[in-house]
Design a protein around this ligand. Structure first.
Ligand code: MTE
Length: 305
């Protein structure tokens, strides 16, 4: 499902920005079926790692969010994230690295790839979107700071600032929000640190200024507004696993054959509708099986869920 023949040029490189944004926002549902030459040209411009499915609208992507630091309602982040200060922003990188330190956001992301990544995004709650991200591969960032041989996992933490993140005034989650990856997952080229979407800096409700995106895992792994990245020897604690270990494992790979204890994971609803009213079969590893299945060779995915 991934394109292999893509060129590096982006539509935005050859088209005035307002026109580009306008065309991109049209590329949802039935509009994507009307394959005009303009749309075909956009297709030829994306990363070889991009899916060729039409992205969700900017409205869908920024109005229906999970970001519990701003509340548990899907509309809470869009409504309440405005007050989050994202400049200045720095990220602590520590643990088993050659160059630990506090990195200014601008310094951290200076080697961003030019091309965007259009990824499928599958939430554990059985809805999905298709999102055009910009950012950088996590592997590039980790190589820059030098991963030491004892490191086996990467742990991530979100900002704690209850005065700007009202959801944090309630202790239902042991803040900070935490996530983790095994080192081979973190180094996979599909794994990105996203700094924006639709060619613009990251909206606050989507995890400004920098968040993780791991497209073959359930959305909760894609931790937002990151302030700390630690290279560690042991599997780190993660927020959803700490809250409810029988329902949320460390790996959280999208897997239609392993149901959540309270609902089926066999299908999903594409936010914003689309073909067949937006209901479609969930794909193994969210459609990235050819790229990532080998990472789990020999693991029983019903146990390592
Ligand atoms: N990161 C933090 N810090 N806090 C959160 O509550 N929610 C996760 C993930 N990252 C969450 C988070 C979940 S459950 C999902 S589905 C995705 O963010 C949603 O990303 P989106 O709102 O950009 O679509």
């Amino acid at each position: 499902m991934l394109r292999r023949d893509a060129r590096k040029l982006r539509w935005s490189d050859v088209t005035p920005r307002p026109l580009w944004m306008n065309r991109r926002s049209l590329m949802t549902g039935a509009a994507a079926l009307m394959a005009s030459p303009a749309l075909a040209r956009i297709d030829a411009a994306a990363s070889p790692y991009s899916t060729d499915i039409a992205p969700n609208s900017l409205e869908d992507i920024t109005a229906y969010n999970n970001f519990y630091e701003f509340g548990t309602g899907k509309e809470d982040p869009a409504r309440l994230a405005d007050g989050l200060t994202i400049d200045p922003w720095s990220v602590v990188i520590d643990g088993l690295v050659d160059k630990p330190g506090t990195y200014d956001f601008a310094d951290l992301v200076k080697d961003q790839p030019l091309e965007e990544r259009i990824y499928r995004f599958r939430c554990v709650e059985a809805w999905s979107m298709v999102i055009p991200w910009i950012g950088l591969e996590l592997a590039g960032l980790l190589n820059r700071v030098g991963v030491q041989s004892g490191a086996k996992y990467v742990a991530f933490e979100t900002l704690v600032r209850p005065e700007e993140m009202p959801g944090q005034q309630s202790p239902f989650i042991e803040w900070p929000y935490r996530e983790g990856l095994r080192l081979d997952e973190a180094m996979h080229p599909l794994t990105i640190m996203a700094t924006g979407l639709y060619g613009e800096p990251m909206p606050r409700q989507n995890g400004a200024p920098i968040r993780l995106v791991v497209p073959w895992k359930y959305g909760f792994k894609s931790i937002k507004s990151i302030v700390r990245i630690s290279l560690v020897a042991d599997m780190p604690p993660t927020t959803w696993n700490m809250l409810q270990p029988s329902e949320y494992g460390f790996f959280a790979n999208v897997n239609p054959t392993v149901d959540h204890p309270r609902w089926s994971q066999a299908s999903e609803r594409r936010v914003g509708g689309g073909l067949f009213g937006g209901r479609e079969d969930t794909l193994m590893f969210n459609g990235y099986e050819a790229e990532v299945a080998s990472l789990y060779a020999g693991q029983d995915l019903a146990v390592a869920y």
